[in-house]
Design a protein around this ligand. Structure first.
Ligand code: HEM
Length: 410
């Protein structure tokens, strides 16, 4: 493909050069030549670089190509969202450590007879989760947790294909401009990285820890990295999809609008940080250490907030501090979004942007309510999973608003 592309570029260059020579050269012509080059450089048609199907690609109107690519990106972000939800349920049903090896192709075929199932169960029995937590587990119970993990892994592969296959197709058609090429390469590499990170996380839960009789669980650092990178993938794909499908709106560039834009970026960043801190809560089962709200066991600031030494360890390893921080971040997010909402009311906004602000506020309150209920009810699976999806909904609303407030290119 590279050779074909190069050949096509050279051919086009030769045609231009010939025209230049035929017209006699000279200063005026050299200016024309420069102008032609500049125009070509600036143009951001879908077919930026010629390809074997270059002529066909150029005949596709920009709008049609953008629509197709925008829908593809939204589909990908939706699939990543489902993967996050499935991953959350897998963790909450304690199914995440049931498949004890990883192979990109071989593991796609599940055990098909009693013998194969028993062999799989035997492998699981060699690992700490069975030895410490599930000694009396039956084969049928094992099948349930195994299928939970299997569906998460298979869905992950489907997400990978949903990024990579259409990317190859659109690339060959020459529909990507330079920016899209960079983004698509980033997203496709990131989705592969996400899969590897998933296995790196699972491995931490399979390690034998001779002195520990604690419930085996994956490292909270790796869980946060896995969830965090899924959220990055989700946000980047969603942003790209929206940008391709909806043109920028003409907004009056006032100081107030500038502030609102900065405010929105800050709120989105805070929501992202809160979601990451939620992963630490989940990873340490810190939702079970204090189950009262707003106080933590009749105290505003619990005694054991700085129990670990050195102090910095408390932020990531002390369940009390991790829960405390998550509460503070969650409340701060909703306070920031409330402030943003009232500030936005002073500014005349287009209908879609107004709808995005309203949705952001509504989802923020819903999410905090879900978080508090999850805590008060001792983390029931269904509620905790809904709270996790709530963080995706909140990020969705924040990204949507950021996209609506996009600046017009100069
Ligand atoms: C902007 C607000 C919030 C966001 C974006 C958010 C996000 C998250 C996320 C992403 C998780 C990880 C879920 C998982 O991986 O399974 C989580 C867990 C949790 N959050 Fe929040 N949260 C917010 C507010 C709150 C509040 C205010 C509370 C309670 C006071 C709370 C309580 C919890 C609890 C108890 C868990 C652990 C659930 C589990 O073990 O699965 N959250 N949160």
């Amino acid at each position: 493909m590279f050779i074909l592309t190069l050949r096509s570029c050279l051919t086009q260059g030769r045609v231009q050069a010939l025209r230049f020579i035929q017209s006699g050269g000279g200063r005026q012509n050299s200016l024309q030549w420069k102008h032609t080059l500049q125009k070509r450089w600036k143009s951001t048609t879908v077919s930026e670089m010629a390809s074997p199907s270059g002529a066909a690609a150029r005949s596709v109107p920009n709008a049609t190509a953008n629509k197709a690519m925008g829908r593809w990106m939204l589909l990908c972000s939706g699939m990543v969202g489902c993967a996050v939800l499935l991953g959350g349920i897998t963790r909450l049903t304690e199914s995440g450590l049931s498949m004890v090896s990883w192979h990109i192709i071989k593991e796609m075929k599940p055990p098909s007879n009693q013998e194969e199932w028993e062999a799989e169960f035997n492998k699981y029995q060699q690992f700490p989760e069975f030895k410490i937590l599930n000694r009396d587990m039956t084969l049928n119970e094992f099948k349930f947790i195994w299928f939970m993990e299997y569906s998460h892994r298979m869905w992950g592969r489907a997400v990978g294909l949903a990024y990579i296959l259409p990317a190859i197709y659109f690339w060959r058609k020459g529909w990507f401009n330079r920016t899209m090429k960079g983004r698509v390469l980033f997203l496709c590499s990131f989705v592969c990285f996400q899969g590897l990170l998933g296995w790196y996380m699972v491995k931490s839960g399979l390690e034998e820890k001779p002195d520990s009789y604690d419930v085996p669980r994956v490292s909270q650092y790796r869980l946060a990295a896995h969830l965090g990178s899924a959220l990055v993938l989700y946000c980047a794909s969603f942003w790209t999809g929206l940008s391709l499908l909806f043109p920028r709106q003409k907004l009056l560039e006032t100081r107030q609008l500038l502030k609102l834009r900065t405010f929105t970026h800050g709120a989105a960043g805070l929501v992202f940080l809160t979601a990451l801190s939620g992963a630490f809560v989940a990873g340490l089962d810190a939702g079970l250490v204090y189950n009262s709200f707003p106080k933590m066991a009749n105290r505003w600031i619990p005694d054991d907030l700085l129990a670990f030494s050195p102090a910095i360890r408390n932020v990531f390893e002390n369940p009390t501090t991790v829960q405390f921080n998550h509460r503070i971040l969650g409340i701060s997010s909703v306070a920031a979004i409330t402030g943003l909402y009232f500030y936005s009311r002073r500014i005349p906004l287009p209908r879609r942007a107004r709808l995005a602000v309203n949705s952001l506020l509504a989802v923020a309150y819903l999410q905090v309510t879900l978080g508090i209920s999850t805590l008060l009810l001792f983390v029931p699976t269904s509620l905790a999973a809904t709270h996790q999806s709530g963080s995706l909904a909140l990020l969705t609303a924040a990204i949507w608003l950021m996209n609506e407030l996009r600046r017009m290119p100069k």
